[in-house]
Unconditional design. Sequence first.
Length: 432
Amino acid sequence: MTTSAPRSVAVIAATRLPARSANSLQVIRMCEALAETDWHVVLFAPTYTDMPSSGESIRDYYGLQADIEIKLIDWPAITKPDAFWAMACLDAAARAGCRLIFTRHLPSAALAGDRHWPVVYEAHKPAGTGAGRAARGYSFTRAVKALRIAGRLVMGRWRGQRHLPSLGRLVSLVGYRGLVSNADFEARLARPDPRRHLIAITHRLADDIVARYPALSGHISVLADGARRADSNVTRVSLPGRPDCGRVGYCGHLYAGKGMSLIAQLVTRCPTIDFHVVGGEPDDIAAWQARIGPCENLYFHGHVAPQQVPGYLAALDIALLPNQARVATAGDAHGDIGRYTSPLKMFDYMAAGRAIVASDLAVLREVLIDEHNARLCPPDAPEAWAATLVSLIDDPAARRRLGDQARHDLESHYTWAARARALSCVFHRLSA
């Protein structure tokens, strides 16, 4: 008896790989999990002339063992290149024999839909305002933009690119109305289609998308982010600090809204507790060290590779998730994902079985329940956080109960494997 070859799904990720960003890690973890289903995964990612990547560097950084094809597509050296890069990825996916597109890159999803590919688009935030202009055709400014790009291609100003394929893609983009904004692409995706499905990472995001596009009701699912099951043989990191003090930690970036401002207040309010911050760029760490000043109970450990994080979590008594209502993102200090975020660190904390103290925000309450699998405090009440930390440090049984329940909830609902199985069902339905 012979078995059929697995179908191939093209995962298009317009994010630098390898990178320290959460979105790059989420992409890799989903590819790993999907590779364990009956789909063959072909990952398309950009490579840049200033910092070229390789499949080997990506595999090494993330400790990637799964059977995944990695295809790196040159990022065009022109202004607003996303649609050109999307077309190059779709052409490469067709040559690779892929049957379906899975992406969180709006231009790739919309242009694949226009080509009548089965598409699953994963939304992590709304595209913005001003949608619908694409449906009214090209304006004069878009025509000028197309002519300007064509001139650059003809004059050889598109560095490192082959001009004939690029000119061909420009013609295709004009035909597919591809020289538009992300809001226009989102509006095109919002048209109900039996070969298209949207995934939102939180219920709040799904509700806001459906409120904007009521026709999507029934064509959108909610799948939170996740984590791997914890390795029972993880080696606990030996942390500096006082051996008789509680150890409270935070893992992640130090962007505005992530909560470092709250941690800075807790350090002085809880002098009998040692605080450990794992992650952050050197400039951000230096800025916070200068702002806080000399402090004997705060330790910055800097960036560590993803596979090292469980060892740090295992050494903590309590893990902090001090999100504020507004949260910035990598490369966009003025952006805001606070209303929609599904933080990877939250699921890593749960997988590690740590007692979690988190901000009492609606989007986090989709996963965390006060006194069930976490303790929740108002994000703007440092005195409440300090009291909660002190009480938990003094109550090992409560910490163990919260941590055990968090791990159970993760393993029951929020593993990458469970998410991949749910996605696989959508893939099969769309490609049938």
